[in-house]
Design a protein around this ligand. Structure first.
Ligand code: HEC
Ligand code: HEC
Length: 374
C-alpha cells in the first residue's frame, strides 16, 4: 500500500465543524467577558456554545465511529496507564481520542454545560434578560456570578491541558493532530484503540447544515444592527419599557435629559421636589398639584423598587443616612465612571449628560450593551 492509501478519515465533517466553531465561540466568550459593553456579543457566543454542545451530545450517540462517546469512554486506570506510558516511552497510539485526551474532552463538555447554564441564570438574575429572567431573582443572579466565573476559568484551564496534550501527542507520535482536526485524516497504521481501522463516512451535508444554522442564528441575533440608523440606534437589550409620565416628561426634560426615577431613592426625589423652588440655582415654579403628581411618579418608580440593575446597585451604594440629590454623587455612579478620562468628559455636556454615552439613557434602562464613549 502507498502512503496515500494509508490515510484514514477519522473525524467526519460535523465533528470538525463542531470543533472549530466551538473554538471560536468559546474564544469569543472569553474575549468579551471583561467589558460589559460587549455583553450582547458575549451572550450570543454563549448561546452558540450551548447550541454546539447540544449538537455534540447528539453526535456522541448518532455520529460516526470515532465521534461516538462509547468509543472513547475510557476508565480512569487506562488514563494513568496512558500517562505512565508517555513517561516511559510506551504510550500506544490511538486513531481516535487517547484515554487522557478523552477525559479532557468529557470534562470540557461538562464544564461548557455548567458554565452556560450558570451564565443564563446570571443573565436572567442580574440583567433581567434571557430565557430565565422570569424565574431567577436578583439574589440568585448574584450567586450565579462567581460560579459562572469559576467554571469558566476552570474550563479555560482544562482547554490549556487539552492544548498541551495535543502538542505532546503530536511530537510523540510524529503526527500533526491539529491538522488532522482540519482535514479529518490520519495515517492508518498501528492503531490499537477504538478498534476501527477503516474510513468513517464524511457526513458532509450535516457538517454544512451546522455551519448554516449557526450563521442563520447570527443573522437573526444581530439583525437589529442592519436596520439601525443614527436617529434610531439598535438597542440590543430593548426589553420591557420602564414607566414614564407625561407631566414629569414635560416639566423635567427642558434643561437636561429626564433622569429616570430608578436612578435615585425615594427620599432623594422627595427632597428634590421639596426644594423645587431652588433647584440647583433655578426656580422650577411648579404648582402644588404638579409637584404632587411628579413626586408620586418619582417615588413609585424610585430605586427602592429595584426595577433595573442600576436602580438596585445605586440604592445599595448609598449609606442610609445620606439623601443625595445628584445621581452623579452616588457612590455607584462615581465608581462606574471614575476611569473615564478628562478628555472624554470634555466631549460631553458634563457628568449629567448621560445620553451622550448611554444610548438608552432617556428610557432609563442603562443596559450594559448600550454604552459607548463619545
Ligand atoms: C429650569 C431648568 C431645570 C428644570 C426644568 C429641571 N432641572 Fe433638574 N437640574 C437643573 C440644573 C441647572 C441642574 C444642575 C446641572 C449640573 O450642575 O450639572 C439640574 C440637576 C438635576 C439633577 C441632578 C443631576 C446629576 O448631576 O446627577 C436631578 C436629579 C434633577 N435635576 C432632577 C430634575 C427633576 C426631577 C426635574 C423636574 C421636576 C428637573 N430636574 C427639572 C435644571 C433644571
Ligand atoms: C462620558 C460618557 C458617560 C456619561 C456622560 C455617563 N456615563 Fe454612565 N457609563 C459610561 C461608561 C463608559 C460606563 C461603563 C463603565 C464600566 O465599564 O464599568 C458607564 C456605566 C454606567 C452604569 C453601569 C452600567 C452597568 O450595569 O455596568 C450606569 C448605571 C451608568 N453608567 C449611568 C449613568 C448615568 C445615570 C449618567 C448620567 C447621570 C451617566 N451614566 C453618564 C459612560 C458615561
Amino acid at each position: 500500500m502507498t502512503e496515500q492509501n494509508d490515510r484514514v478519515l477519522v473525524w467526519d465533517l460535523p465533528t470538525r465543524v463542531f470543533h472549530w466553531l466551538l473554538v471560536m465561540s468559546v474564544s469569543a466568550c472569553w474575549l468579551t467577558s471583561d467589558d460589559d459593553r460587549y455583553l450582547y456579543i458575549h451572550v450570543f457566543a454563549g448561546y452558540t456554545t450551548f447550541a454546539l454542545l447540544m449538537f455534540r451530545l447528539g453526535w456522541g450517540i448518532f455520529g460516526t465511529h470515532h465521534a461516538r462517546f462509547r468509543t472513547f469512554a475510557y476508565e480512569w486506570p487506562s488514563v494513568t496507564a496512558y500517562l505512565k506510558g508517555l513517561l516511559n516511552g510506551q504510550a500506544a497510539r490511538h486513531l481516535g481520542h487517547n484515554p487522557a485526551g478523552s477525559w479532557a474532552i468529557f470534562l470540557i463538555l461538562m464544564l461548557i454545560f455548567l458554565t452556560t447554564v450558570f451564565g443564563i441564570l446570571l443573565f436572567g438574575g442580574e440583567e433581567g434578560h434571557g430565557p430565565m429572567s422570569a424565574y431567577v431573582t436578583w439574589a440568585m443572579g448574584d450567586l450565579a456570578r462567581p460560579i459562572h466565573e469559576f467554571l469558566a476559568w476552570t474550563l479555560l484551564g482544562i482547554v490549556g491541558l487539552h492544548l498541551a496534550g495535543v502538542v505532546v501527542e503530536s511530537f510523540w507520535h510524529k503526527e500533526n493532530l491539529a491538522a488532522a482536526m482540519i482535514t479529518g485524516y490520519k495515517d492508518g497504521g498501528d492503531d490499537i484503540g477504538g478498534g476501527h481501522h477503516g474510513h468513517v463516512t464524511q457526513r458532509g451535508v450535516i457538517g454544512v447544515l451546522i455551519l448554516l444554522a449557526i450563521l442563520a442564528f447570527a443573522g437573526y441575533f444581530f439583525r437589529g444592527y442592519v436596520t439601525s440608523t443614527k436617529d434610531h440606534p439598535f438597542l440590543p437589550f430593548d426589553g420591557a419599557q420602564l414607566p414614564t409620565n407625561e407631566t414629569w416628561h414635560s416639566e423635567c426634560t427642558d434643561c437636561h435629559m429626564g433622569y429616570h426615577p430608578t436612578l435615585l431613592p425615594a427620599r432623594s426625589w422627595k427632597r428634590i421636589m421639596e426644594e423645587q423652588n431652588k433647584h440647583f440655582g433655578e426656580d422650577l415654579a411648579l404648582d402644588e398639584d404638579t409637584v404632587a403628581e411628579i413626586e408620586k411618579f418619582l417615588v413609585d418608580n424610585a430605586a427602592d423598587n429595584r426595577l433595573t440593575e442600576p436602580a438596585r446597585k445605586i440604592l445599595e451604594s448609598i449609606p442610609p443616612r445620606d439623601t443625595p440629590i445628584r445621581v452623579t454623587e452616588t457612590p455607584y455612579w462615581k465608581r462606574k465612571h471614575h476611569e473615564i478620562g478628562k478628555d472624554e468628559w470634555k466631549k460631553v455636556h458634563g457628568h449629567g449628560d448621560c445620553s451622550a454615552c448611554h444610548a438608552d439613557a432617556k428610557a432609563g434602562t442603562f443596559e450594559d450593551a448600550e454604552m459607548h464613549l463619545p
